[in-house]
Design a protein around this ligand. Structure first.
Ligand code: FES
Length: 143
């Protein structure tokens, strides 16, 4: 299985790793088949994601996609962050091996879960804004 140089870089030097104490929203998603877990923290000020961090108990592709995803939503509006797809993250990483595509879904879902938590804390029902946060059902989960 070949990883791109960008994937290897984000795996070896992940950006925005760590716990955030004063977060505005926190989302945790897991992949029940492989057992990988991702937690995403966001800090929101005036509808803009001013800071983001993540913690992943997962494979190299999950770490690399989370790292890239955090870089892509930092400083963006919530609307823009919700538009970020796992496909866009994979393209930014110059691709992933097909068997690892499901790992990138985890990052996308973790962002949505963090935004949903942010809205819930404001007393707003997040479902019409964020949609359902689906589990990865077609996961091949080869670790
Ligand atoms: Fe489960 Fe990558 S997220 S193997």
């Amino acid at each position: 299985m070949a990883y791109s140089a960008k994937v290897m870089d984000h795996f070896a030097n992940p950006r925005n790793v760590g716990e955030m104490k004063d977060y505005s929203g926190m989302g945790e998603v897991g992949n029940p088949k492989c057992g990988d877990i991702m937690r995403m923290y966001i800090k929101v000020e005036g509808n803009v994601i001013t800071d983001v961090s993540f913690m992943t108990f997962g494979c190299g592709a999950a770490i690399a996609t989370s790292s890239m995803a955090t870089e892509m939503i930092k400083g963006k509006s919530i609307d823009d962050a919700l538009k970020l797809t796992n496909k866009a993250v994979m393209e930014a990483l110059d691709g992933l091996p097909p068997v690892k595509i499901h790992c990138s879904v985890l990052a996308e879902q973790a962002i949505k879960a963090a935004v949903a938590d942010y809205y819930r804390r404001q007393g707003i029902d997040p479902t019409p804004i964020v949609g359902e946060i689906a589990e990865c059902e077609e996961c091949a989960c080869e670790v």
